[in-house]
Write a protein that binds this ligand. Structure first.
Ligand code: PNS
Length: 179
């Protein structure tokens, strides 16, 4: 130690969060334990496809699931992450890696983001118990009638049930049959 102060950078954790999973939450908690502040940045228009949850719903589920953490905020962004991260004053971008193949895409994305903004990306390896958990699989399992309790926070489960009730009000398995 040289006795000089070393200011810690704040972190930005971007994603679609459609919906937030326990894997995402694990990365947020671990980042929040290392960095003085974590900004969860919810992309307005995910590139993959039309999101199931509205932007407000995605932000709300993150707010609720992270309320035990005093140094986490949630904001949305459009356009380039690099621009938003700079505007937000982030010192580092945090990304979770679930499997080795994630690294291939994330590596070039990280290098592009650093080239555009000067902000480096730090990777957090997923907890093995969540390495197979993704938002898209959670949605598929849920809408095909599987249990997703072990993979999403309670707030997300409630929102998913509400969403299913709106999308499929007359699901055959839920219909009341007169006896
Ligand atoms: O949860 P996701 O869908 O994997 O998150 C992807 C996200 C939002 C991190 C990524 O699509 C993104 O950064 N979008 C912003 C657009 C952008 O900056 N594109 C250039 C990347 S080098």
């Amino acid at each position: 130690m040289n006795g000089k102060a070393h200011p810690s950078p704040s972190a930005i954790y971007p994603g679609s969060f459609d919906p937030l999973t326990l894997g995402h939450l694990d990365v947020i908690e671990r980042a929040a334990a290392v960095f003085p502040h974590v900004l969860v940045a919810v992309v307005v228009n995910p590139q993959k496809r039309e999101p199931l949850f509205t932007l407000d719903e995605r932000k709300q589920m993150i707010h609720i699931a992270t309320k035990h953490l005093g140094n986490v905020d949630v904001e949305d962004f459009r356009g380039l992450l690099a621009d938003f991260a700079k505007r937000a004053g982030a010192g580092v971008i945090v990304k979770g890696l679930r499997v080795v193949s994630d690294f291939e895409n994330e590596m070039s994305t990280a290098l592009m983001n650093r080239s555009l903004s000067g902000i480096d990306t730090m990777f957090v390896p997923s907890d093995p118990k969540y390495s197979f958990v993704s938002s898209s699989l959670v949605k598929e399992v849920f809408f095909l009638g599987g249990e997703i309790d072990p993979y999403v926070p309670e707030a997300v489960l409630r929102l998913m049930r509400a969403k299913r009730a709106i999308l499929r009000p007359t699901e055959p398995s839920e219909e009341k049959h007169p006896s």
